[in-house]
Design a protein around this ligand. Structure first.
Ligand code: C2O
Length: 378
């Protein structure tokens, strides 16, 4: 079972009144790369008391300012060029639209790889301020996690942060959803689907070759080169040597054991798998992430360079500059799908604070759309 068809089911959310004026940032809460390196000032107190249950809202684009790279301690500019664009509610695609089937990256046929490369090459060739441009798409990731937005409405600024909480999986699902459709539009293929790097299976525990061809637009030189052909050990920490050939079998078994345990232990507890709630006005706890997100952090750390500032894959600020990010996250999304189906396709959380949380993206029709979590659940 290596081919997963990604059939994102959408429904319309009930219209609810919510506070449209409330998103969120805490510039004191700074992320230093990944892997649990969340350095955060305490975020208790007044602002938390005000966070009495309103879903996190998308940022006001017109209020974008510099963000912060926790690893270099530098201010970075990542504001989108389309800050005055009109935002409309996202409407799910019609059901007769062709199904896009995501395939494992290491099994892609040559023709498909060419198609993917062509799409990425076209994204990279767009004018720098085009919202579909490769770097513009990458900046979307760090506006949502490095503090480019704050929103008034709470007495103190609160970070808009889509990692470390129940927003992690839905936000990244939408991000990939539009990214994939933009590529499809650029190459004129309405069935185009992103490949996934299935590091959760034995065959996928090495970097898929499509990312390693140095002459390809899928290549990125800012990776840990000593891992190019190595087996990924989930227990990896910076500085660890690669498993030797005689150790490999044991590492594979142990990796699979970790996965099994993760699904088994969290089956009844979405907050183990997907972490805790975060509502408008509340900062993400400094050390929180669910078991899937934790494991996902290890993949980022293992792929990126082992030294600070960990650019690209090992740092939120730059992670989406590497196309492997999207293969990695397509796999994370697949794992959420597996988890969700094992629980009978029901929403993991019933609270409106989750289901009504929303984000904005630039879609494949060059329209800015506001997307709610609840659309994923039929
Ligand atoms: Cu937004 Cu893999 O992180």
């Amino acid at each position: 079972m290596l081919t997963v068809s990604r059939h994102v089911a959408f429904i319309s959310c009930e219209q609810k009144q919510s506070n449209e004026e409330s998103p969120v940032i805490d510039r004191r809460n700074v992320l230093l790369g990944l892997g649990g390196l969340y350095s955060a000032a305490a975020t208790l107190g007044k602002q938390n008391m005000e966070a009495n249950g309103a879903p996190v809202q998308p940022p006001k684009w017109s209020k974008c300012h510099t963000a912060f790279d926790g690893a270099t301690q530098e201010q970075v500019n990542c504001c989108p060029p389309y800050s005055t664009a009109k935002v409309v509610d996202f409407v799910p695609p019609p059901s007769h639209e062709p199904l896009r089937v995501r395939q494992p990256a290491h099994k892609l046929e040559a023709e498909y790889v060419e198609k993917f490369k062509e799409g990425i090459a076209r994204m990279k060739a767009l004018p720098a301020d085009d919202p579909w441009n490769f770097m513009q798409q990458a900046t979307i990731h760090y506006t949502y996690c490095n503090g480019a937005y704050d929103q008034v409405g709470f007495n103190e600024e609160v970070l808009l942060q889509v990692h470390g909480s129940w927003l992690f999986l839905p936000w990244h699902r939408y991000y990939l959803y539009f990214y994939e459709r933009i590529i499809g539009r650029l190459i004129g293929d309405p069935t185009f689907a992103l490949p996934f790097w299935n590091w959760d299976t034995q065959e996928g525990m090495r970097i898929p070759k499509i990312y390693l061809d140095t002459s390809s637009p899928l290549y990125n030189d800012l990776r840990n080169k000593s891992h190019y052909t190595a087996l990924f050990d989930y227990k990896f920490a910076f500085g660890d040597p690669n498993p030797s050939p005689p150790q490999e079998e044991e590492v594979i078994t142990h990796n699979l054991h970790i996965l099994h345990k993760m699904f088994e232990e969290s089956e009844k507890s979405p907050s183990l798998f997907m972490v805790k709630p975060v509502v408008a006005g509340e900062a993400v706890p400094s050390n929180a992430s669910g078991s899937l997100e934790n494991l996902h952090n290890d993949v980022h750390m293992w792929t990126g360079p082992s030294k600070s500032p960990y650019h690209d894959m090992g740092n939120f600020y730059t992670a989406a500059h590497d196309i492997m990010f999207f293969g990695h996250h397509a796999n994370v999304d697949k794992m959420w799908d597996i988890y969700n189906s094992s629980r009978g396709h029901t929403p993991e959380f019933k609270q409106d604070d989750w289901l009504e949380a929303s984000f904005v993206f630039y879609d494949e029709n060059r329209q800015v759309v506001k997307c709610k979590v609840c659309l994923f659940f039929p």
